[in-house]
Ligand binder design. Structure first.
Ligand SMILES: Nc1nc2c(ncn2[C@@H]2O[C@H](COP(=O)(O)OP(=O)(O)OP(=O)(O)O)[C@@H](O)[C@H]2O)c(=O)[nH]1
Length: 310
C-alpha cells in the first residue's frame, strides 16, 4: 500500500504572504517531492506564474474558492490528480478570501473515493501584521481562517513595532487559545512544520464555509499589449487601490518587466524574475462591479491607449 501524502493547507487573507511562504518552502525542500494546488478567485492565475518551475507538480483551481460548493468537485479532482502524480507532500494555497471551515467535509469526500490516500497535517494561517487588526473588524473570513488553522504565522513584522505584535498575539490567543504562533518577515519560516502533525497539537474545528456563489467578490482581469511608464502605472494604481482588496499581476514597463502587488495602502512595483509574459493584472473589488468605472477613468487619466478589462 502507498504511504499517505502529507497534506497541509495555507490560508490567510489576501496579500498576507501565502505565496511568499510557499516559494520559500519549495526552495528549501528541493529534495522532497512536493505538489501544490493553488486557488485564486480571478479567471487569470497570477500566483502560479510566481512559483512555477520545471518539474513542479502544480494544479491551479481558479474562478472561486475551493471551499465553495461551486468548486468542490474541481478541488477533489485536483487532490486525486496529486495522488496519481505520487507526490510525498501536498500544499494547498487557498485564495485569500477562502473560508476553510468545511475542510473536514472535503477530506471525507476524498476519503470516500480514495481511502487513506492523504494524511491531513493541518493549516498554516498567514497573518498580515500591519493589516490584521483592521481586517478582523471588517471581514468575517479573517477570523474563520484563524479558527480553522493550527499554526498562525505573523508575517511582515518588518512593517510594525513590537507593541503591535504583542497586541496581535493576544488577539489571536483570544480567538484560538491553543493555536501555535510564530513571527516572520517575507515568509522566511523554519520548515520544520513539514515534519509535524499540527492537528495533534491543535485539533480541527468543524463548520460551514461562508464561501458561496452569491457572495463571490467581483474580480476583474486587465490585459494590454504596450509597454507602460512605470511611475504612471503607479499613479494609476494609487487612484483605485482604496476600492480594491487586492491588485496583483505582471506588466511590461519602460524599466523592465515588473511585478505589481498592492495590498491596502501598500503598493510594490518590483523587477520581475519572470520575463516575456503578457501584461496582466487582477483586481479584487471591494465595491462590486462599480469598480469598472473608476478603473477606466484612472486608466484614461494616465494612458492614451486602450486596455482590455473583463
Ligand atoms: N514588507 C514586507 N512585504 C512582504 C512580506 N511578505 C510578503 N510581502 C509582500 O506582500 C505582497 C503580497 O505577498 P504574497 O505572498 O503574494 O501574498 P498572498 O497571501 O499570496 O496574496 P494573495 O494570493 O493575493 O492572497 C507581495 O508584494 C510581497 O512581496 C514581508 O514580510 N514584509
Amino acid at each position: 500500500m502507498r504511504t499517505p501524502i502529507n497534506l497541509f493547507t495555507i490560508n490567510g487573507f489576501l496579500g498576507s504572504g501565502k505565496t511568499t511562504l510557499l516559494k520559500n518552502v519549495l526552495e528549501n525542500n528541493k529534495h522532497l517531492k512536493i505538489g501544490v494546488i493553488q486557488n485564486e478567485f480571478g479567471k487569470i492565475g497570477i500566483d502560479g506564474e510566481i512559483i512555477k518551475k520545471d518539474g513542479l507538480e502544480i494544479v491551479e483551481v481558479n474562478r472561486g474558492s475551493i471551499y465553495c460548493s461551486c468548486l468542490q468537485l474541481s478541488f477533489i479532482s485536483a487532490l486525486k490528480e496529486m495522488v496519481e502524480r505520487e507526490v510525498e507532500y501536498l500544499i494547498v494555497e487557498g485564495s485569500g478570501l477562502a473560508d476553510p471551515s468545511n475542510m473536514n467535509e472535503i477530506l471525507d469526500a476524498l476519503h470516500s473515493v480514495m481511502p487513506n490516500a492523504m494524511h491531513y497535517k493541518g493549516s498554516i494561517c498567514l497573518i498580515d501584521a500591519p493589516q490584521f487588526l483592521d481586517q478582523l473588524e471588517e471581514i468575517e473570513t479573517v477570523e474563520s481562517q484563524l479558527i480553522h488553522s493550527q499554526l498562525a504565522v505573523i508575517n511582515k513584522v518588518d512593517l510594525v513595532n513590537t507593541n503591535k505584535i504583542r497586541k496581535i498575539k493576544s488577539v489571536i490567543k483570544e480567538i484560538k487559545p491553543d493555536i501555535l504562533i510564530e513571527e516572520t518577515t517575507f515568509g522566511k519560516y523554519d520548515m520544520e512544520f513539514l515534519t509535524k502533525n499540527l492537528v495533534e497539537i491543535s485539533p480541527m474545528h468543524f463548520g460551514e464555509t461562508s464561501n458561496s456563489v452569491d457572495n463571490k467578490p467581483k474580480t476583474l482581469s486587465m490585459t494590454f499589449d504596450k509597454k507602460v511608464d512605470r511611475s504612471k502605472f503607479k499613479n494609476f494604481i494609487d487612484l483605485i487601490k482604496k476600492d480594491c482588496y487586492r491588485i496583483k499581476g505582471f506588466i511590461s514597463t519602460n524599466e523592465g518587466f515588473t511585478k505589481i502587488d498592492a495590498v491596502g495602502p501598500q503598493v510594490d512595483l518590483i523587477n520581475s524574475e519572470k520575463e516575456n509574459l503578457d501584461s496582466k493584472v487582477v483586481f479584487i473589488s471591494k465595491i462590486g462591479p462599480q469598480i469598472i468605472r473608476p478603473i477606466f477613468a484612472a486608466w484614461e487619466s494616465n494612458f492614451d491607449f486602450e486596455m482590455k478589462l473583463r
